[in-house]
Write a protein that binds this ligand. Structure first.
Ligand code: CA
Length: 225
């Protein structure tokens, strides 16, 4: 597995590189945003580790530009700032996960493993449930040919539900497939995300049947009631 580390603090960059090489990852390092973006958009990486505050081009912009270019390499953001706002901004810009400095090397490794385990572009069949379509490769969701804008998490949740259409999925199943890090999952996280999905996938489309169903005491499913 080949990883690009974009980090301007040489001490941090070299300790990540050293540590990950011991875990048999192949590591490239870029020390500024411009070089990082160039490498990330021309070379094939399995994962990007991206600092937010960088000379040349900041981490958020790199994320956005890569996603615009349809490059969907998983991105783990490193940042010194741990505020909720940064987290939301990072994840909205197309990053997959987030780690606040200082972090333990064990935690970095755990996050990397979780991101690399996720199914990637290899699974690129367009999923269809009734009039709802999801393209995992292009990150597009449509209902009746109208595009639906989803956050990364809502997208993953929809994808997971659609891959298991008409099957009841428990909250625990959903959490373990959609959220890699249970520590960040609040008790009502699944409910909140399901509610948001209904608001985006079912409510605006009165002419179609509702697709997202709650099965009391068991969990959720997408498809036929
Ligand atoms: Ca920095």
């Amino acid at each position: 597995m080949r990883i690009l580390v974009v980090e301007d603090e040489h001490r941090i960059a070299s300790s990540i590189k050293k540590g990950l090489e011991q875990e048999r990852y192949a590591i490239d390092v870029a020390y500024n945003g411009t070089d990082g973006f160039d490498l990330a958009s021309t070379e094939e990486y399995d994962l990007l580790i991206l600092d937010l505050m960088l000379p040349g081009m900041d981490g958020i912009t790199i994320c956005q530009e890569l996603r615009k270019k349809q490059i969907h390499t998983p991105i783990l953001i490193l940042t010194a700032k741990g505020q909720i706002q940064d987290r939301v901004e990072g994840l909205d810009s197309g990053a997959d996960d987030y780690l606040t400095k200082p972090f333990s090397f064990e935690e970095l490794l755990a996050r990397i493993r979780a991101l690399l385990r996720r199914p990637k572009n290899s699974i690129n069949t367009i999923l269809t449930v009734a009039d709802l379509k999801l393209d995992p490769k292009q990150y597009v969701v449509e209902r009746g040919n109208l595009p639906i804008k989803l956050s990364n998490k809502e997208f993953s949740l929809t994808e997971y539900l659609m891959r298991n259409a008409n099957k009841i999925l428990t909250k625990e199943q959903i959490i373990s497939h959609v959220w890699d890090y249970e520590a960040n999952v609040l008790p009502n996280t699944v409910e909140v995300n399901i509610r948001n999905l209904r608001r985006k996938i079912d409510h605006p489309f009165k002419e179609f049947k509702s697709l997202i169903h709650t099965v009391r005491g068991f969990g959720y499913k997408i498809g036929k009631k």
